[in-house]
Ligand binder design. Structure first.
Ligand code: SAH
Length: 470
């Protein structure tokens, strides 16, 4: 699989500065799934082309095939060595990291300058055909050319395949072009991203910042990602454990410690989980979700209730899910228990078909970790699409903070909290959401109630109306 980038910007040698690669050199890089070669097939006065060629090591891929549980012929015979897939994205991020970040030490102004660029991908498997290809790239103002390849030259009646040679032309900064390719290449692909880790997929999402949110197909692009995310198996989680963590996640863990320390005298966390558990039980739910399950403390409680036939925990943090696997002693669970509970890596910001159609969802101490401008996305995903019959949301009551002796005045209980609401703020949010999506809502305090400032935790219980017009 080959990605070529051509510019007619002059002097053409600027491309070498931007890519941090000298036009006279042929360079090779070892990657976990093979080798990437980087070279310049053409450098003339007026044109310069740079190419990134991937040479997959199929033996390594097969050796790694424990990530796809059924070892089968598919592991040996597939299109992976020939098409641009998520592995191309990984190669872009490894080989062209500085260029994608838009850093150029020698010529900083050049990195943000729009220059005429043409990217050619040979070949891209396009699920959805040329129309989808255009619908993805044209809103980003690319001039798209797509040449499809027949299934077999000798049998024209078999028609066209889903493989295309694609050129994308635009006057744009190189960093932007690379970020677009990095995020979008895997979106066209039909296969699960077998051979790369979930963490690498996470990075794909972060590269979408700044343009994905305003893209008309943002939902479809995002959905295709999430669809490609496999349920994390125990084996995968073990593999991920060895990988280096993003620094942010370590910091989060320390902060979690702080939160527990402050609240310990009341063991508020246990009271919260006990209350949520009884509300869920009373709702008669059989299939329950714990959204933002963290390290799985509530999941462990949910597992003690035999009426819950299916229990799914979702969290955006791989580290938290790993800890949940440990906490639940997942490895040693008898098979019938293991079948009841599943952990999914996912974000509450994006619609996810895997969690639709459940009876109840608990969202315990999660919303205050979400950026306020993104709450609308969260609301719409939860109440419009996931749409469980019962939703239980808990969040700190900010008014109570003055009762925590160890908490400095005005501080939040946790460094990662983006806000903490008073009772009025929480209730006006919840009342509005309930009305908008056809739910009723009631409120319960959790923890000791203070006559002045209320209880430390506030809880809203939403019930879906049978007839939303009521
Ligand atoms: N519900 C758990 C954990 C609360 S801490 C408990 O009661 O103990 C908040 C959790 O929300 C963290 O595990 C964090 O990783 C998760 N989280 C934050 N933003 C998220 C998002 N957008 N999608 C899914 N989980 C998220």
């Amino acid at each position: 699989m080959l990605l070529s980038i051509t510019t007619t910007h002059e002097p053409v040698t600027d491309l070498g500065f931007l890519l941090h690669k000298h036009p006279d050199r042929f360079q090779s890089f070892d990657l976990s799934f093979g080798r990437a070669h980087f070279f310049y097939p053409e450098v003339s006065e007026s044109r310069c082309t740079a190419s990134l060629l991937l040479d997959l090591n199929e033996i390594e891929l097969v050796r790694d095939s424990h990530k796809s549980p059924q070892a089968s012929l598919d592991n040996y015979v597939n299109d992976r060595p020939y098409v641009a897939s998520s592995m191309m994205s990984v190669a872009i991020s490894k080989v062209l990291r500085s260029a994608m970040q838009g850093t150029c030490k020698d010529r900083p102004e050049l990195a943000t300058t729009a220059i005429p660029l043409v990217a050619e991908l040979s070949v891209l498997p396009v699920r959805g055909g040329e129309e989808f290809l255009r619908n993805v790239f044209e809103p980003l103002e690319y001039v798209v050319t797509a040449r499809s390849h027949p299934v077999d030259d000798h049998f024209p009646e078999w028609g066209e395949s889903r493989y295309y040679t694609v050129t994308l032309q635009h006057t744009i900064s190189l960093a932007e072009l690379l970020r677009h390719l990095y995020v979008l290449i895997p979106v066209f692909d039909n296969l699960k991203h077998y051979y790369i880790s979930e963490q690498e997929l996470d990075k794909l999402i972060s590269k979408g910042e700044g343009w994905l949110t305003s893209h008309p197909l943002k939902e479809q692009i995002t959905r295709r990602y999430l669809k490609n995310r496999t349920m994390l198996t125990r084996r995968e989680l073990e593999l991920l454990r060895d990988e280096t963590e993003a620094p942010g996640e370590d910091q989060l863990e320390d902060r979690d410690g702080t939160e527990l320390e402050i609240e310990r005298p009341l063991s508020l966390n246990e009271q919260r989980h006990a209350t949520v558990l009884s509300v869920l039980q009373a709702s008669g739910a059989k299939r329950v979700l714990d959204l933002g399950c963290g390290e799985g403390k509530l999941l462990r409680d949910l597992m003690t209730v035999k009426e819950f036939e299916e229990i799914i925990g979702v969290d955006v943090s791989v580290r938290a899910l790993e800890n949940a696997v440990r906490r639940l002693n997942y490895e040693r669970l008898p098979p019938h228990q293991r079948d009841r509970v599943k952990l999914l890596h996912g974000s509450l910001m994006y619609r996810d078909a895997r969690v639709e159609g459940f009876d109840a969802a608990a969202v315990v101490e999660v919303i205050e970790h979400l950026d306020p401008p993104r709450l609308t996305a969260f609301e719409s995903v939860l109440f419009r699409h996931t749409r469980p019959r019962t939703v239980v949301i808990t969040t700190p009551n900010r008014e109570y903070n003055i009762r925590w002796e160890s908490l400095p005045a005005g501080a939040f209980r946790h460094a990662d909290h983006r806000f903490e609401w008073t009772r009025t703020e929480f209730q006006s949010w919840a009342t509005r959401v309930a009305a908008e999506y056809g739910y009723t809502v009631r409120y319960l305090p959790i923890g000791p109630e203070d006559p002045e400032v209320g209880s430390p935790t506030q809880m809203a219980i939403f019930e879906r109306k049978a007839n939303p017009d009521e």
